[in-house]
Structure formats: structure tokens, C-alpha cells
Design a protein around this ligand. Structure first.
Ligand code: ADP
Ligand code: SF4
Ligand code: MG
Length: 325
């Protein structure tokens, strides 16, 4: 396995108390595989990614437990200078907002070239040539002419391609893309997602694709981990999830996707809001919003039940949920 996150716990110490942003999360991704991590805003998706990358804000954040095993080695026990070498070179991240992630006063060619100068000791001239190659690889038209442009001279979609180029410059084994298309309009979203999926296949990378939108991952993900209030509530191969969710929260997310065949119908929305993480409700954290909740849900925390070999659900009533298509 390329990356295995085991029982990860991350807390934030706030004025309101301790927020358990990541509360025992385990997931894994292999070379050539795409894991989509799904969940509403505030469920702990980005904090998990920051802990994996080693870019968590400490303080206020604190890793309270768990392991992040990358190529057989626990990164949480690895020294910072070692981690810095891994970051960028063997494990890279793509963020939602390219404009604030790229340096506004450097041309994109200089920024892409920098990767090769710093990590590969290339000359400025060779690095520039590699930058153009990279821009072509992410299908930026007229790359040779545009290599001297600044980030703000590109459209949102093209900027996101440049971020992808930066991330894959050194051909990492793992890329974490955190809401990479959320800021883009729908047609551009699909193109950028397709590009990412193509490159991932070509380079046989592991890809963790973080999103709040189940609609964008259907075609690209192999498996899905659904997060709610800092925990995984369901993991399954992507097709199984679309066929029949085994958790009421996943069901809710699925029913909230706009569908072409249901135009004009009111879009379903899960009622209520995710909990304040300093005051997670007792029992199943989803119980105040769950249409299926029973007494046991308000007292006992559901473990991750084994639905089948490849599938887990943290719901006492996963059987009933599966049957309810
Ligand atoms: N810098 C921070 N300071 C305090 N709390 C934070 C910070 N970053 C994240 N959190 C807490 O962690 C929770 C999960 O955040 P995040 O992982 O960013 O959610 P998302 O699933 O939307 O990516 C937030 O709701 C918040 O309570
Ligand atoms: S355990 Fe209970 S509250 Fe939680 S998702 Fe299942 S039915 Fe709903
Ligand atoms: Mg996030």
C-alpha cells in the first residue's frame, strides 16, 4: 500500500474547548488508485490532508494519535527536514484556490522552473525548457509564449492546470487534490478533472481527491470514503455507493446531487447542520439529522460495521439502509 492512514486524531484547542476535527480516521490509497474523500464542509477532510502532508498549523492544531504510513514509513515519526524532502518531490498537494497558492510576482515559468532548479539542480535554461514541457503536458495552449506570463493573466481553469503542473513536476507517487475544481464553472470543472485523472493514470500515481460534491467523482474515483464530524462513516468502491449507500448520510449526499432526469424537482437537502466539533452529540454524531435514528443512536457510537469485504458503514441500520433503494 502506498499510503495508509491509521486511526488518525487531530485536535484544535479553541476558546470553546477542544475541537476533535479528526477523530480516528483510517483510509488507504495504492499506486494508480483514486480515493475520493467526501463530506460537507467542516467534516475534517482538509485537516486530515494537512496532517498527511505535514502542513498542519501546530498550534492551534495537535496530532493526538494515529499513524500516517507512506511507503512503509510512519511520517508522524519522521524528522521535519526529511519530511520537507518528501513534500513536493514524492507527495504533492493541489489546492482549491490557485491564485493564492501561486506567487503573484513570479511568472509561471519561473515558478515551475524553480522546482527543477531546487530539487534537481538543473540550470535555469534547462528548467525553463522543462516548464514549457509541463505546461504542454497539462494542455495549456501556446505554452512557449505563455511561459513568461504571470498567474493573474490566466483564466481560473488554466491557473488550476498550472497548479496541477507544479504538483506533478517531480512525478510524485501521491497527489492530494483538495477541492481542486470547486472554484471553477461546471464545464471547466469536468475538463480539469479529466486532465487530473489522465495524468494520474499515465504516472500511476495515488490520488486522494477531496470534495464536497459526490457528482464530480463518479467517473474518476475507484473508492470513496465519506466523512462526517471527523470520522469515516462509510467506505466502499465507487460503484457500490452509487448503486446503494449503506449509510443514511451517504444516502443524503447522493440525493442532493442535481440530476438531469429530475429537472424541475426540488433538490433534496440533508436537514440541519453538521455539529460543532467541540460538542459532538453523544451516540452517532449524525443522529440529530438522521431520518432513521432510533434510541440506540442517541446513546451508542456505531463502530464501522463490515458490510462486505470492501465495504464498511458506521450505522447500526446499514442493512435497512442498503435495502431502501
Ligand atoms: N486553524 C484552525 N483552527 C481551529 N480549528 C480549525 C482550524 N482548521 C480546522 N479547524 C477545525 O477543524 C474542522 C474541520 O476542518 P476541515 O478539515 O478544514 O474541514 P473540511 O472537511 O471542510 O475540509 C473545522 O470545522 C474546524 O472546527
Ligand atoms: S447509527 Fe442511527 S443515527 Fe447514525 S446514521 Fe445510522 S440510523 Fe442514523
Ligand atoms: Mg476543506
Amino acid at each position: 500500500m502506498l499510503l495508509e492512514v491509521r486511526e488518525l486524531q487531530v485536535e484544535f484547542h479553541t476558546r470553546d474547548g477542544v475541537a476533535k476535527a479528526v477523530n480516528g480516521v483510517s483510509y488507504s490509497v495504492d499506486a494508480g488508485e483514486t480515493l475520493a474523500v467526501l463530506g460537507e464542509s467542516g467534516s475534517g477532510k482538509s485537516v486530515t490532508a494537512q496532517a498527511i502532508m505535514g502542513i498542519l498549523d501546530v498550534p492551534p492544531g495537535r496530532i493526538a494519535g494515529g499513524e500516517v504510513v507512506f511507503k512503509g514509513r510512519d511520517l508522524l515519526k519522521t524528522k521535519e527536514d526529511e519530511r520537507r524532502k518528501i513534500r513536493g518531490a514524492d507527495m504533492a498537494m493541489i489546492f482549491q484556490d490557485a491564485l493564492s497558492s501561486l506567487n503573484p510576482v513570479l511568472t509561471v515559468g519561473a515558478q515551475l522552473g524553480e522546482m527543477f532548479i531546487v530539487h534537481r539542480g538543473m540550470s535555469r535554461k534547462d528548467a525553463r525548457a522543462r516548464a514549457v514541457e509541463l505546461m504542454e503536458r497539462v494542455r495549456i495552449p501556446a505554452a512557449k509564449e505563455r511561459v513568461n506570463d504571470y498567474p493573474h493573466q490566466f483564466s481560473g481553469g488554466m491557473r488550476q492546470r498550472i497548479m496541477i503542473a507544479m504538483a506533478m513536476a517531480l512525478e510524485p507517487s501521491l497527489i492530494i487534490a483538495d477541492e481542486p475544481t470547486t472554484a471553477l464553472d461546471v464545464t471547466v470543472q469536468a475538463q480539469v478533472m479529466e486532465l487530473l485523472a489522465d495524468l494520474q493514470r499515465e504516472l500511476n500515481m495515488g490520488l486522494i481527491l477531496i470534495t464536497h460534491d459526490l457528482g464530480v467523482v463518479a467517473d474518476v474515483a475507484d473508492k470513496i470514503a465519506v466523512m462526517y464530524a471527523g470520522r469515516i462513516v462509510e467506505t466502499a468502491p465507487v460503484h457500490d455507493i452509487y448503486k446503494a449507500p449503506a449509510h443514511p448520510y451517504t444516502r443524503g449526499l447522493l440525493d442532493s446531487i442535481p440530476r438531469l432526469d429530475q429537472k424541475g424537482r426540488d433538490l433534496y437537502a440533508i436537514k440541519g447542520l453538521p455539529p460543532n466539533l467541540t460538542r459532538i452529540p453523544p451516540g452517532c454524531a449524525f443522529n440529530p439529522r438522521c431520518p432513521r435514528a432510533q434510541d440506540i443512536c442517541r446513546t451508542d457510537v456505531p463502530p464501522l460495521f463490515e458490510v462486505d469485504e470492501n465495504r464498511r458503514s458506521a450505522c447500526f441500520f446499514w442493512r435497512e439502509t442498503l435495502d431502501d433503494v
